[in-house]
Design a protein around this ligand. Structure first.
Ligand code: PGA
Length: 250
């Protein structure tokens, strides 16, 4: 049974006061415990969020990690440091990190390994650009991202630590959601490919969809058997809309 997971990725948004106000409000929302809920605030508010989330089931996530444990890497934060805060997941390989911060499939792979070594779960983001989709390269790109991103990671660790987020780059922050059919088709491809590469792990692994998920489309997306949840940017920033997302089934 794959437990649905809805995670808000706040990106570079929300100061201390806004983080506090949001978490205090969302903690009061009752949602089905069948669903796992997560939030990814900025690094500087992770400790505060951890404190505020005490007594709630909402998972705490980081938006990035460096693959080394420590050393001369100005401006970076390591997995052991995140571990100390006591968070649950790290989002790795988000397309904004790949595009603006030159992350490659190889560094993504190193980051995933560092997270696993430190017993931290990973939301591993993959997805094609519009040009790649238009040139019918979607499956090729997805396959390469999976192959290289999960290189040298064994099946047990994949099952224990990895959640995949399929986020077509052209749908992120654009208001242009992939149709349920488009998302479902790629999710099914990812699942088959994982089944092949890692001995039927694909059927057990959660695959979230991300890209302009909103209160208007969450139900239709979640009704599809292939879609196990959502990684949400814009619609996770307001309490009302995030509340609608996490209570989509009530
Ligand atoms: P969006 O972002 O929901 O604003 O499209 C999704 C994401 O970047 O994870």
């Amino acid at each position: 049974m794959r437990r649905p997971f809805i995670c808000g990725n706040w990106k570079m948004n929300k100061n201390i006061l806004e983080t506090k106000a949001f978490i205090e409000a969302i903690k009061k929302v009752s949602y089905s415990k069948d669903i796992e809920v997560g939030l990814a605030p900025v690094f500087t508010n992770l400790s505060l969020a951890k404190e505020l989330l005490k007594g709630s089931d909402i998972k705490l996530c980081a938006q990035n990690v460096h693959f080394m444990s420590n050393g001369a890497y100005t401006g970076e934060i390591s997995a052991p440091m995140l571990k100390e805060i006591g968070l649950d997941y790290i989002i790795i390989g988000h397309s904004e990190r790949r595009t603006y911060f030159a992350e490659t499939n190889e560094t993504v792979n190193q980051k995933i390994k560092a997270s696993i070594t430190n017993n931290l779960k990973v939301i591993f983001c993959i997805g094609e650009t519009l040009a790649e989709r238009e040139n019918e390269k979607t499956f090729m790109v997805i396959n390469e991202q999976l192959e290289l991103g999960l290189k040298d990671i064994n099946r047990d660790d994949i099952l224990k630590y990895i959640t995949i987020a399929y986020e077509p780059v052209w749908a992120i922050g654009t208001g242009k959601t992939a149709t349920v059919e488009q998302a479902s088709e790629v999710h099914s491809y990812i699942r088959n490919s994982l089944n092949y590469k890692f001995q039927s792990s694909g059927s057990e692994l959660r695959i979230l969809y991300g890209g302009s998920v909103s209160p208007d489309n969450i139900k239709a997306l979640m009704l599809d058997d292939e879609i196990d949840g959502a990684l949400v940017g814009g619609a996770s920033l307001k309490v009302e809309s995030f509340k609608s997302l996490i209570t989509y089934n009530l």
